[in-house]
Design a protein around this ligand. Structure first.
Ligand SMILES: Cc1cc2nc3c(=O)[nH]c(=O)nc-3n(C[C@H](O)[C@H](O)[C@H](O)COP(=O)(O)O)c2cc1C
Length: 347
């Protein structure tokens, strides 16, 4: 089985990529992921807030030494020498590159253009093979409309693109009112890949502490259908590579996103639950499934069930809503699609 695929212009041995998580941030677990067959790994993100905060600290430091201007040049701190979170992150990129030979994708998380974007270049210089820009935003300000927010994000994509020469992927959330249009504009702004989707962690309320508390719940395969639909819709409409993230737990999940048009299937929750070696299990399942169905390579199946290649593309669109609702039956409380999945082979 030829699993080879191309993502962001990088040639990968398989379409299975470890997305950003604590597992990719430590050289030991990163090495285990690579040994289990991960074709590439995305490192944990460094956040705009961390970089902005560090820059402010650096400014304060520079100001406190400015009185001694005569000698200032001798002890003005070199930004690289300041032991900040930004520096620690660059060291993480260097350590990852020393630990594995697979492509290492560094990750920046932010939503507004600014001086912090300079860090993208430092990540490239630290050895990153590509950069993933995560546009994680909660559009909570009633004064900022969709057009303004999107324009700001596109400006950021263009600024990061201009700062680096390595490939750039952009990780998006699913909450845009015209997602296909925004995706096409991110592509035009210089993204070499789109990573669909960010998983938004919803806060909870603690009634004892009267506090808003974070609640991180790992995904299940049920969540695959959101990226699956949008990869199917976007396939053929963007020049950028497509990566699926959220809900890839099994070889079957990976096969589905490839059929819809993804170049790679990224996974995190499955690896956090079962350990880095689970990646080899997913690969074995994928190979078995493709062989059973007579495929010789990943290239052969990619996109064959995308929106544009289906006999009835309405299944990806509004008509799917009507079909889903009418598929409900009180006598058979599972839809036909679900029943097919639950059926034993030979039923
Ligand atoms: C503990 C944890 C840490 C994560 N850290 C990052 C991160 O630093 N940057 C990022 O872009 N995504 C991060 N993610 C999101 C994952 O990369 C992935 O997109 C998400 O978990 C959905 O994929 P999954 O369903 O396979 O888990 C993190 C997820 C988890 C569970």
């Amino acid at each position: 089985m030829d699993l080879a695929t191309s993502y962001l212009g990088l040639r990968l041995r398989s379409p299975l990529v470890a997305s950003a998580s604590p597992l990719t941030g430590e050289p030991d677990s990163l090495r285990r992921l690579a040994d289990a067959g991960a074709a590439a790994a995305v490192l944990p993100s460094v956040f705009e807030e961390q970089l902005t905060h560090d820059a402010l600290e650096l400014d304060a430091l520079l100001e406190s030494t400015a009185d001694h201007y005569a000698e200032a040049h001798s002890y003005f701190p070199d930004y690289q020498a300041v032991n900040t979170q930004a520096r620690a992150h660059l060291e993480r990129v260097e350590a990852a590159k020393r630990a594995v030979t697979i492509p290492v994708i560094a990750s920046l998380n932010g939503s507004t253009p600014g001086g912090w974007v300079r860090h993208a270049r430092r990540m490239q210089d630290a050895g990153a093979d590509a950069l993933e820009l995560n546009l994680y935003t909660v559009a909570a300000d009633p004064a900022v409309g969709a057009a303004q927010l999107e324009a700001r994000q596109l400006e950021l994509v263009a600024a990061v693109r201009a700062a680096i020469t390595i490939p750039l992927a952009v990780k998006l959330g699913p909450f845009y009112s015209a997602l296909a249009n925004f995706a096409v504009r991110v592509d035009a702004a210089g993204a070499d890949g789109l990573v669909l989707f960010n998983r938004f962690y919803q806060p909870d309320l603690d009634l004892d502490e009267l506090d808003v508390v974070p609640r991180l719940v790992l995904s299940t395969s049920d969540e695959l259908r959101l990226p699956l639909r949008w990869i199917g819709i976007l396939y053929g409409h963007v020049r950028a590579s497509l990566a699926a993230t959220t809900g890839v737990h099994t070889g079957l999940d990976a096969a589905k996103v490839l059929l819809a048009g993804a170049d790679v299937a990224m996974t995190t929750s499955a690896l956090l639950r079962a350990g880095p070696d689970q990646l080899a299990v997913i690969e074995r399942e994928l190979v078995a499934l493709l062989s059973e169905r007579g495929y010789d390579s990943v290239a052969e199946l990619r996109g064959s069930m995308s929106h544009r290649n289906l006999p009835d593309p309405a299944g990806f669109e509004r008509a799917n809503y009507m079909r889903t609702l009418s598929s409900w039956s009180s006598r058979h409380p599972v839809s036909p699609g679900q029943a097919a999945l639950l059926a034993e082979p030979g039923d």
